[in-house]
Design a protein around this ligand. Structure first.
Ligand code: UDP
Length: 240
């Protein structure tokens, strides 16, 4: 399948139409952004890592019965995915207190929750992705009650699979963001990407941060930790 017109330019990837209305092509860039695009950086290889890592994780999730948009890796930076209508919700699951959870509620970073939490943000850059609850999502006609029920069930199931996938790599899954879309049949599938850009990942022994927080907060070793996570994934799962 070939790339045709550019459908969308995101902060870290471009999305192209293909000759089939059922599919599109993701092209991952080396760019990194944080704080709603206010901070910008990059390193050689980031696009390749995020592409290959997201694909490997989608394949592992599919084995656990999770439906995703993933179809086929086309090159180091390009993948064929199902074309979906993205539901404009950022779905965040947390297992351990960090980031905006600590800021908002005054919680200490690193506190392990008895149960994972779920929250939704309205995916809208101009508004700064405001936090919303499910009733706001119904009012905004972003999702129906049935959609939210499916999304919650899928998100918690994905959390269980991802925790297991990362623990094998000696990594604690702190929190992460998911996006869902509806495919041509109206079925909700996991979309977007799962990578160190969208997850907080801490080394299981040392709690060293192995994710985008190193870029957000100028902690150094930004590219090194992405390569570290990618190497651990290859060691544990080989060519998935
Ligand atoms: N996240 C993301 N994209 C966003 C917002 C958050 O991928 O636009 C991820 C982030 O990397 C982290 C989790 O979602 O793993 C929770 O982020 P949080 O709400 O703590 O926001 P942050 O502290 O990143 O502003």
């Amino acid at each position: 399948m070939k790339k045709l017109s550019l459908l969308y330019t995101g902060k870290a990837k471009k999305v192209y139409a293909t000759e089939s209305p059922e599919y599109c092509i993701f092209e991952y860039k080396d760019a990194a952004t944080a704080f709603n695009g206010q901070k910008v950086g990059f390193f050689d290889g980031k696009g390749m890592i995020n592409n290959k890592m997201a694909n490997a994780i989608f394949k592992l999730l599919e084995k656990d019965g999770i439906k995703t948009h993933f179809v086929e890796e086309l090159s180091d930076r390009e993948s064929l995915v199902k074309r979906v209508d993205i539901i404009p919700l950022e779905v965040i699951i947390r297992n351990i207190a960090a980031g905006s959870f600590c800021k908002r509620y005054g919680s200490e970073e690193g506190v392990v929750f008895d149960k994972p939490t779920i929250e939704f943000s309205y995916k809208n850059d101009a508004l700064g992705d405001p936090l919303i609850n499910s009733y706001h999502a119904y009012a905004l006609k972003i999702a129906t009650e049935e959609d939210v029920k499916t999304i919650k069930e899928m998100a918690f199931a994905i959390n269980e699979s991802l925790k297991k996938i990362f623990l094998k790599m000696d990594i604690r899954l702190v929190d992460f963001k998911l996006e869902f879309g509806k495919d041509v049949n109206g079925e909700i599938v996991l979309a977007d990407e799962i990578s160190p850009d969208t997850c907080r990942l801490w080394d299981a022994e040392t709690n060293k941060k192995l994710d985008k927080d190193r870029f957000r907060f100028d902690m150094g070793e930004f590219s090194d930790v992405y390569f570290e996570v990618w190497n651990r994934l290859k060691e544990c799962y080989g060519e998935v």
